[in-house]
Write a protein that binds this ligand. Structure first.
Ligand code: ATP
Ligand code: MG
Length: 381
């Protein structure tokens, strides 16, 4: 059964039991915007957690995310089912909240813990009726991200990055009053993983430049992205080529970094990147035009993701795209070829040892432009 059908069946049972089920959060927003959405978040009113769990178990295996918070997941589906809850700030940091679930909380109160008005919309699962307690529909129409609650918005610094990230994903603007609040929020308690998560989503979004632009307007580039110069960082060409990248995040990070000078580049990346593979690979990427084949092949030989690096060069030097693509293809052919090995050298009378290693390195470079036979012939002499 498709997940919305399952949700409707669940909602019918909930109604029979005297409760009410609503779609909440991103899935309501995305449906109204005619965008695809990954997860269906449902909030259930009027039924206590235990009774809800029993009711849900008729539809499949119920995974309890946090029983005290009243959050359930229906296995093998995209359904997240939760009780309405309130959050109370208990300390520093993004996670320092005391959450209490209460099935009898009024929807208006429950929805006011959400970050933006467009994320606070509710849709009755059975009737399709939209409940809009915070003028989310108006903001959705205008393409504006506006915070819901003056008093609590600043309690979670992740919301600053979320505002900028949603702006990039949806092509929205952050409301001036929300930017004003965001300017005063201290982001330093965020974990690298959180910043990384938002950065990745922004880099994969429709308008990645909006993320950095919004953060600049909020004066919030300082803690994690201080090295960035003035944008835009991504040309149309760069965004088009992203579609071809094997690792789009890596590719986009490469372009983002290309304007930052050597040493600073590493400092920059370490602030929000946790993935060792990406850090290592990006350390090896350089961004000057590499016009000759040997120079380019030598570089590609050090990389784990040479295909994306070639795409980065195409994005940075669009007038040379053809040339780079041709060299990139030649590189792939080169990799398939048979290469000269230690064995070949032994046959020619060379003896094992240190020098053989450096000789093989020399040979590898020659192989970029010359045939195996030709090089072996030369080595005989
Ligand atoms: P997407 O999953 O496409 O990134 P989403 O809107 O579904 O977007 P989630 O992070 O999945 O975002 O969260 C679901 C909903 O929970 C949001 O729409 C919002 O209402 C609420 N929410 C999530 N994180 C926060 C937060 N840090 N502060 C306030 N509300 C939040
Ligand atoms: Mg979601």
């Amino acid at each position: 059964m498709d997940d919305r059908k399952t949700a409707e069946a669940i909602a019918a049972k909930i109604a029979e039991a005297g409760g009410r089920a609503y779609y909440v959060g991103g899935c309501v927003r995305d449906k109204l915007l005619k965008r695809p959405c990954k997860d269906l978040d449902i909030e259930v009113y009027g039924i206590p957690a235990d009774a809800l769990e029993t009711l849900l178990s008729a539809f499949g295996n119920v995974l309890t995310v946090g029983k005290s918070f009243g959050i359930f997941k229906l296995e093998h589906s995209s359904l997240d089912i939760a009780l309405p809850r309130t959050e109370e700030k208990t300390g520093e940091g993004h996670r320092a909240f005391l959450t209490s679930a209460d099935p009898y909380l009024p929807p208006e109160t429950a929805s006011s813990r959400r970050d933006f008005t467009v994320n606070a919309l509710m849709e009755d699962v059975l009737s399709g009726e939209i409940h809009d307690y915070h003028n989310g529909l108006k903001d959705l129409g205008k393409g504006v991200l506006r915070h819901v609650n003056d008093a609590s918005f600043s309690e979670d610094p992740l919301r600053v990055l979320r505002a900028a990230r949603f702006a990039a994903q949806l092509g929205f603007e952050v409301a001036e009053e929300t930017r004003e609040l965001c300017r005063k929020i201290d982001l330093t308690s965020l974990s690298r993983e959180r910043v990384e998560g938002e950065t990745e989503k922004a880099l994969l979004s429709a308008e990645p430049d909006r993320y950095f632009e919004e953060l600049r307007k909020m004066e919030q580039l300082k803690d994690y992205y201080a090295e960035l110069g003035n944008g835009p960082f991504f040309s149309e060409k760069a965004l088009a080529l992203r579609e071809e990248a094997k690792e789009p995040v890596l590719y986009m990070l490469g372009i983002l970094c290309s304007g930052i000078a050597g040493k600073q580049r590493n400092t920059f990346l370490h602030r929000f990147l946790t993935k060792k593979y990406e850090l290592k690979e990006l350390k090896n990427w350089t961004y000057e035009d590499l016009p000759d084949k040997t120079a380019l092949f030598e570089k590609l030989d050090q990389l784990t993701c040479p295909e994306d690096y070639v795409l980065v060069l195409c994005a940075l030097y669009p007038e040379k795209e053809k040339e780079y693509r041709k060299l990139g293809d030649e590189w792939q052919i080169f990799l398939q070829q048979e290469h000269i090995t230690g064995e070949d050298l032994f046959k020619l009378g060379y003896t094992p040892g240190k020098e053989l290693g450096s000789l093989l390195k020399e040979i590898r470079k020659k192989e970029y432009t010359r045939s195996k036979e030709e090089i072996l012939e030369e080595l005989k002499k």
